[in-house]
Design a binder for this molecule. Structure first.
Ligand code: BGC
Ligand code: ZN
Length: 374
């Protein structure tokens, strides 16, 4: 079967022929891959800055954002059957008995670093025709979401962040001041940094939760994004023309920041302008560039005097996949055109290398591995 593989030692990326996998246990299912999304992590992997092949292999099959259809289920598999649509999680646990996170299925919090990640770290990914996986890593998706469910994984980053936000804000009175008892989100302001797919999807999730959301971003081609953001009524503040201070005046007082760019200079600049008791969630993974000067006194002073919290968040557990699936359903009902226009390109697997290029104006490129099972 065809697969898109990166050969780091040869500095090559190509479509290869890889053996089709078979069930090796009764708790596994076999999936036909339908769609695979391309993200910044994949672009880093195919430019040899990130990613590791499985032990003993000189290549890594890439792809970790997927939608697939179950074609075969082992006799002990009970939650899915052939014909069902599923989205697979990405991270697999480390083997160490003392890693309490991995032992409890929370490898997104692995202590040892010896986890693997499908399509990223020592584990082949989904940019291929068939995959075999354990049932516990499968998340069923309703057929109504066939066209957009490939967006589940990038949305899980926000879902895990939101879950953590609710949890950490329980440390203080965070209710709405009007005594209405409505969700605290309904009287809080959130800023999303970055208008890529992770930023846009996160902004929609926060909007659905009730936050007043703005996006602050530096995107040369943000015209493509304006119709989406207009439809969902999220103001776009251009970083080219507004300093972080000006942005905070327009969008603030900022209660929550969801960072989805990996642009650390801007992020730390925004830290200076948070409101009281604010939470700042970092999700971007910056490349290693030259050091950037930061006003640490001002940041530390403001963080202490305002009881602020900075949180880093990576990967996502199954419950974040379930929340993402639920939220995508809401997006589709409320803003059907906007949510489908997040997917800006569909490519056959033979053209995966084109899809991996970051063309101007593209938001989310998808490899449509199989276009059946609509
Ligand atoms: C993926 C995560 C992964 C992270 C770090 C992201 O692109 O969505 O699942 O943990 O990269 O490898
Ligand atoms: Zn672990």
């Amino acid at each position: 079967m065809k697969a898109v593989a990166v050969f780091p030692s040869q500095r090559k990326v190509r479509v290869i022929d890889h053996p089709e996998p078979k069930l090796t246990s009764t708790t596994q299912a076999k999936m036909r891959i339908l769609d695979v999304g391309v993200c910044g992590t994949d672009r880093e992997i195919v430019s040899f800055q990130y990613g590791t092949p499985p032990e003993g292999s000189d290549y890594l099959i890439i792809g970790h954002e997927s939608l697939s259809e179950v074609v075969e289920a082992g006799s002990q598999v009970s939650t899915v059957k052939p014909g069902d649509l599923v989205v697979m999680t990405v991270r697999r646990p480390c083997p160490h008995p003392n890693c309490v996170a991995c032992r409890q299925g929370r490898q997104d919090f692995c202590y040892t670093g010896d986890f693997t990640e499908r399509g990223i770290k020592q584990n082949h990914g989904y940019m291929t025709e068939f995959v075999v996986e354990e049932e516990r890593y499968l998340n069923p998706v309703p057929h109504e979401l066939r066209d957009i469910a490939v967006l589940v994984e990038p949305l899980t980053i926000a879902e895990k962040s939101l879950e953590e936000l609710w949890m950490v804000q329980r440390r203080l009175p965070w209710d709405c001041p009007d005594g209405s008892g409505k969700s605290p989100a309904r009287c809080r302001k959130a800023v999303v940094l970055g208008a890529g797919p992770v930023g846009i999807l996160g902004a929609l999730a926060m909007k659905v939760e009730g936050f007043e959301v703005s996006i602050y971003s530096r995107s040369p081609n943000h015209e493509e994004k304006n119709p989406i953001l207009d439809a969902v009524d999220i103001p776009y503040i251009a970083a080219e023309t507004h300093s972080t201070e000006e942005m905070a005046k327009i969008a603030g007082p900022i209660d929550v920041v969801y960072e989805a760019t990996g642009a650390s200079g801007v992020a730390f600049d925004v830290l200076k302008h948070l409101g009281p008791n604010a939470v700042f969630v970092f999700t971007g993974v910056p490349g290693r560039k030259a050091p950037i000067p930061v006003d640490t006194d001002q940041i530390m002073r403001s963080m202490v005097l305002n009881n602020q919290l900075v949180l880093g968040s990576v990967n996502a557990p199954p419950q974040a996949f379930q929340s993402a699936i639920r939220h995508l359903g809401v997006f589709k009902q409320r803003w059907p055109a906007a949510i489908s226009s997040v997917i800006t390109g569909r490519f056959p697997i033979e053209q995966a290398l084109d899809a991996l290029q970051n063309q101007p104006g593209s938001i989310k490129n998808v490899i449509a591995v199989a276009s059946t099972a609509a």
